[in-house]
Each structure stands twice: as C-alpha cells, then as structure tokens.
Design a protein around this ligand. Structure first.
Ligand SMILES: NC(=O)N[C@@H](CC(=O)O)C(=O)O
Ligand SMILES: [Zn+2]
Ligand SMILES: [Zn+2]
Length: 435
C-alpha cells in the first residue's frame, strides 16, 4: 500500500500543514520532513482545504431494481467525486431493503465497488407499505449493522406504527429518519402550495403537510424516549418547530431530534417551477425565498444538524416528460460541497470547521459510524477530502460520474472542486479524477 505525504493542506481552512498517511491512517499532522518509511507519494496540496471525508445520510443508489438509474458502483463513484467516503443508501429499492438479506447485499456491493463505504438504511415497514414493521432487529444484527431506518419516499404516517418503530430501535441505539409528508394533505401535489402554484395550475403542496408530521413525531420521540431524524427539511415553519423541539429535548433529556437540509433547498426556489421543467420537480418541493433563507439560518445556528444530499437519480425517460408525469428527485452528490460553499461559506454563514461538522462529524454520529467523521489527527483513519475552494467550474451533466443526468445545476457556474478523496488512506479520486 502506497503511503502519502500531503504538503501544505489547510486543515478545516486553517494554516497550511503537512499530513502523512501510512497504512490507511494519518500518522502526522505538521511539518513532515523526509520520508515516513516505505514508498511515499507526495501530493502538493498548496491552497487546498482538507476536510474529513464527507458522510451522506441520504443517498438513493437505486440498486437493486433500478440499475438503469444508478448502481452501487456508479453512485459510489459519484460520491467519491463529491468528496464522500461514506453514504447511507436509502431503502426504497426493488426489492425494498426491508430484510437482513437485502441490506447485506447492498452493503456487500458497496464493499466490492470500493469507492466509498455504503451503509444501508433499513425500511421501517414491510415493502414501505406503512402497515407492518419490518424486521428492524434482524437488519441491525446483520453484517450491514443497520442503525438508520426510513421509509423515505413515503412517510410513516400511522402514528401507532411510528411510535412502535421509535420504541423498537432503542434496543440497538437506532434512529428513525422520517420523510415528513402528511399524505392526505399532499394527494396529487406537484409543487409548493402558494401564489405560484395557483398561477401555474399545478396542485399545491402545503408547508403544513411537512410541519404537522415533524411536530407529531417530536412529541412521539419525547413520549417514548427515542431518536428521531427529520429528512430534507424545506420550510421556515419546520425550522421553527425544530428549534422549539431541540430546546425541549435539551431540557428534558432522554430523547433527541436531529434534522437534515438538502443542497437544493439551500439554493433553489419554487419560482423555477414556472419553467415547467421537471428537472426542478423534487420531494419535498422547492419552496419560497423566505423558506430558503430560514433553512440556511437553521443550518447556520445548528437547528438543522447536517447537510444530506437526497441524491435521487432518475433516467431521462422519467424526467424528460411533462411536469405531472415526471419523477420527483434530483442528483446531489457531485455538487453538494460546491452548493454549500456557495450558499453558506461564501456569504459568511458557516466556516469550514462548520462545514466539516455538518457534512462529516455529525452525520457520522447520527448513523453511529465508528470510522467516519473523525478529526484529521494522528492515529485516525485517513478518510479525507482535499478541496479547492478558489476555482469556479461550469457543471456539465455529461461529465458526472452518476449514471443519471438529472442535475438542476447543469450550465451553472459553481465555486470549488474536489481535488482528491481518500478512503482509509487509498485515493478514490486524484487530480479531480476517479482512481
Ligand atoms: N427526493 C425525491 O424527490 N425523490 C426520492 C424520494 C425521497 O427522497 O423522498 C426518490 O427516491 O426519488
Ligand atoms: Zn424523502
Ligand atoms: Zn430521499
């Protein structure tokens, strides 16, 4: 195994330093002169920012079942290109990841691909049907060691089932990640409910459909003393409820609520629906500029704990059609860090240490991952990303590693570029290219 000497990297955006990597671990932080013994490759990282390898709590890899949209191989390549060393693979595959057998299969495919670690998310209910609890314990005890459970794509709307799920996962320190969407309030919904949905003639999706479920679920988590995670927070009202809920959890102890925001909800607004271009169709929908501002503020002050991509690949035939018929979802892995720089770092809402917290440390903690989200320090596993924040690039959909092309950022100029990603000391990306 080649050892590496990374010269002049700015760890968390700080002063330039050298990093030694040997046998998959960080062996030195500071001036490493000379050799670490053995074959050493030197990487000039002058001006580059070093962050711990990014961890995504919310990725759709589509395998098994929709290998025409993405596979574990291509999705984890996209992850590595985005600076990720671990992703949580959502359960809405075909078959659904609701048994130990399926989660082990996804986990094994991730190991074989080797571009980034894959941690399968287990379904909460059998077949995402919302009627019977899946075998949560068997998935937790499997080789995949599942800790995050979600029916994402669908809401666990039955409060009795949600309560049982929250109770059940306490036994193995699991967490329920809720796709907060009251189904009766969003039947046939196509975009954010507001002035614009009326004008465009598209069925509206009220903010309250998200907020009502979040409010209900934090009360349930408090009642049973469990861990709740809220997926893709998109409205100002949700941020307010979470702020209140976190204060309550702090005071009471014994339960917790965490939340994620997606890059697209930090940047894009419902105005884009006026194009009727389904590239902007996503669940939850793009909201108003005021919502975007509130989500950014929530992420800045820690009310929203993490950025998660909700990378949702779809083949062109499911997106290149009229709005009503198109699938919900957009790509996210390869542009996430750039969008976070653009929306949070460049405007001064977050520094690079804050980015590392929200895109590595905290998501790893929520997923109970031992070897990810660790500090860049001696003895730690060498999972890290080298990022050039000083360049701009034009996003070209055709150049993405993902098998799908449904990025809303095609043609946009975005800041920053992932130069290298290391997974346990082995580069998965070097010079901006897959290894
Ligand atoms: N986000 C989306 O619009 N779509 C996701 C499902 C989901 O995250 O709810 C998908 O699986 O395509
Ligand atoms: Zn969802
Ligand atoms: Zn999702």
């Amino acid at each position: 195994m080649t050892d590496y000497l990374i010269r002049g990297a700015r760890v968390l955006g700080g002063a330039p330093t050298d990093l030694g990597i040997k046998d998959g671990r960080i062996v030195a932080v500071a001036e490493v002169s000379g050799s670490t013994g053995g074959a050493v490759e030197t990487i000039d990282a002058t001006g580059l920012i070093a962050l711990p390898g990014l961890v995504d709590l919310h990725t759709h890899l589509r395998e098994p079942g929709r290998e025409d949209a993405e596979t574990v191989e291509t999705g984890t390549q996209a992850a590595a290109m985005g600076g990720f060393t671990a992703v949580h693979a959502m359960a809405n595959t075909d078959p659904v990841a609701d048994t130990a057998g399926v989660v082990e299969q996804v986990w094994r495919l991730g190991r074989e691909a080797g571009h980034c670690d894959v941690f399968p998310v287990g379904a909460v209910t059998v077949g995402l049907g919302g009627e019977r609890l899946a075998e949560l314990g068997a998935m937790a005890d499997s080789a995949a060691r599942v800790r995050v459970f979600s029916d994402d794509g669908k809401c666990v709307s039955d409060p009795v089932l949600m309560r049982r799920a929250l109770e059940y996962v306490k036994a193995f320190d699991g967490v329920i990640a809720q796709h907060a969407q009251e189904p009766r309030l969003t039947e046939e919904a196509q975009m954010n409910e507001g002035v614009l949905s009326g004008r465009l003639g598209l069925r509206g999706w009220p903010a309250v459909a998200e907020e009502a479920i979040i409010a209900r679920d934090v009360l349930l988590a408090a009642h049973v003393g469990s861990r709740l995670h809220v997926c893709h927070v998109s409205t100002a009202g949700s941020v307010e409820i979470l702020r209140w809920a976190k204060a309550l959890a702090e005071k009471q102890g014994g339960w917790s609520v965490t939340a994620e925001a997606c890059p697209h909800h930090l940047l894009l607004t419902d105005e884009l629906a006026a194009t009727y271009d389904p590239i902007y169709k996503v669940n939850p929908p793009l909201r108003t500029a005021a919502d975007v501002e509130a989500v950014r503020a929530g992420l800045a002050d820690g009310t929203i704990d993490v950025v998660a991509t909700d990378h949702a690949p779809h083949p062109h035939e499911d997106k290149d059609c009229e709005w009503q018929a198109a699938a919900f979802g957009m790509l996210g892995l390869e542009t996430a860090l750039s969008i976070v720089q653009h929306t949070m770092v460049d405007p001064g809402l977050l520094d690079w240490a804050g980015v590392a917290e929200r895109m590595s440390t905290v998501p790893a903690r929520i997923g109970r991952l031992a070897d990810h989200g660790r500090p860049i320090a001696e003895g730690e596993p060498a999972n890290l990303v080298l990022y050039d924040a000083g360049v701009t690039r034009t996003v070209e959909a055709s150049e993405l590693a993902s098998l799908s092309r449904n990025t809303p950022y095609a043609g946009m100029e975005l800041p920053g570029r992932v130069v290298a990603t290391f997974l346990r000391g082995r580069p998965t990306v070097l010079d901006g290219k897959l290894c």
